[in-house]
Design a protein around this ligand. Structure first.
Ligand code: SF4
Ligand code: SF4
Length: 449
């Protein structure tokens, strides 16, 4: 970062003009020739695409559809690079499978990622230059991790916040650093899809927290609500800090199948999130949900019970990490003892801080579940004791093991409760099967014949 001050932006954005369009209006126009003066930074003597030719062994089943390859330009804005780490560790599907075209129907992805490509310097930027000029000859998608800082402010002060590569785009063709927002603004209109990866790119995240000096924003805020890709797709948002790698690769694969003409456009919710991944709250699938329901709560970190009283926002946060794990179905916040701090949500971090405090709303729900739980728990223990005995043991009034014999088999209370419980149990269904379905299945008509 070069800028040291945040001077006012030199011109005013017009009504309906996106911040991306305004940025390009402030910058000088591109010269006719945008190639770098010389090829440099290709120590391997070949591009990553050429290198992979010998490695790619595409089974015939993967070569379905008209597109053989799609370029994917990965840019980092105001980012800690955690999204890259997370996505490179994905397993279902793995990045390697996408790079080598091993997924049936999914075109091979020619990825341009600053951390994993063979090329560097001018050679690395070549494909992006061709895409800006409209001469790449192959469809491309843009992927952003990190938020978009307001380069209009930095430009007014003669600096920049975040950049990738240098191009001869200065006045009189001199080299100048090209900011990530400029690349995004130039590439987005003709991209087949624009994908925001991680909470900084989707909603602004930590770099956009209140009082930040960079006026950072999300990809959607930068490109404008009216943005649609060349194929008519709005910005795809896959939040998480860091996001689950599998969420990202799975969504990309689904979008690529759509571009290939094989699959439908995946279902996205009103915020552009993959609906099938972000429909449920953390709480809906939490491994500690049973404790919550019985009103048993952790008092300090390390306790195995529900974490709501030590700061968990899971009941109102849409995230699938409990089901999917952090990587390869392992880990994830509640599985490893961490309360949910809402990192997938547009209100993160400001609306969730201070993280170490109990969410105020949880006092109402935890107090009521504690009251209800104090009634339900003893009844369940009675049922549990009963179901821990064979029918024969009840009839004989004894258990055949020394361990079992140490406990009294049934008290008068147990007998009485069991009598009424059995009456209810054999009376027939208390609810109709359709009402017993989870809400989201009823909404979508899943399971209907
Ligand atoms: S730990 Fe959080 S998500 Fe899990 S049951 Fe408790 S409140 Fe719900
Ligand atoms: S459970 Fe909460 S803190 Fe953990 S990844 Fe999901 S949204 Fe983020």
């Amino acid at each position: 970062m070069v800028a040291t001050a945040t001077p006012p932006i030199s011109s005013t954005r017009r009504l309906g003009q996106s911040r991306a369009e305004h940025l390009l209006e402030i910058l000088p126009p591109l010269p006719d020739q945008v190639y770098p003066p010389e090829e440099a930074g290709n120590v391997a003597g070949m591009s990553q695409e050429e290198f992979l030719v010998d490695v790619v062994k595409r089974p015939p089943a993967s070569q379905i559809g008209p597109l053989e390859k799609v370029h994917a330009f990965w840019f980092a804005g105001m980012s800690c690079d955690g999204c890259s780490i997370s996505v490179l560790g994905a397993t279902s599907p793995a990045v390697e499978d996408m790079l080598t075209g091993r997924l049936p129907g999914v075109p091979q992805v020619i990825l341009h990622h600053p951390a994993i490509n063979l090329e560097s310097g001018a050679s690395y930027m070549r494909a992006a230059e061709l895409a800006v000029m409209g001469t790449l000859g192959v469809p491309y998608v843009i992927i952003l991790e990190g938020s978009i800082p307001d380069e209009r402010m930095a430009h007014a002060g003669g600096g920049y916040w975040v950049s990738q590569g240098e191009e001869p785009w200065g006045p009189d063709g001199e080299m100048r650093a090209v900011t990530t927002p400029e690349w995004i603004a130039r590439l987005a209109p003709n991209a087949a899809a624009a994908v925001a990866v991680g909470t900084c790119a989707t909603w602004g995240g930590i770099p956009a927290a209140v009082n930040n000096p960079t006026n950072s924003m999300s990809l959607t805020d930068f490109l404008g609500a009216g943005y649609k890709s060349a194929l008519g797709v709005p910005v795809v948002n896959i939040p998480g800090c860091a996001p689950i790698g599998d969420n990202v690769t799975e969504t990309l694969a689904a979008v690529l199948l759509f571009l290939q003409g094989i699959g439908p456009l995946p279902e996205f919710d009103e915020l552009g999130r993959p609906a099938w991944l972000f429909h449920n709250t953390v709480h809906n699938r939490c491994v500690r949900g049973g404790y919550y329901e019985e009103g048993v709560f952790a008092g300090e970190f390390g306790d195995p019970e529900c974490l709501v009283e030590i700061g968990c926002w899971g009941p109102v946060v849409q995230c699938n990490i409990v089901e999917r794990g952090a990587i390869n179905h392992i880990g994830g916040c509640m599985n490893t003892g961490g309360p949910c701090i809402g990192c997938t949500m547009p209100g993160f971090p400001d609306k969730f801080t201070p993280f170490y405090k109990t969410p105020p709303g949880s006092y109402i729900s935890s107090t009521s579940t504690r009251l209800l739980g104090s009634f339900i728990r003893p009844l369940r223990r009675v049922s549990m004791r009963n179901r821990n005995r064979e029918v024969r043991w009840d009839e004989e009034g004894r258990a055949p093991t020394g361990f079992g014999a140490q406990r009294s088999l049934q008290t008068v209370v147990d007998h009485t409760l069991d009598f009424f419980y059995k009456k209810l149990q054999h009376r027939g269904p208390l609810r109709s099967p359709s009402k017993a379905k989870p809400e989201f299945e009823r909404e979508r008509g899943m399971g209907q014949r």
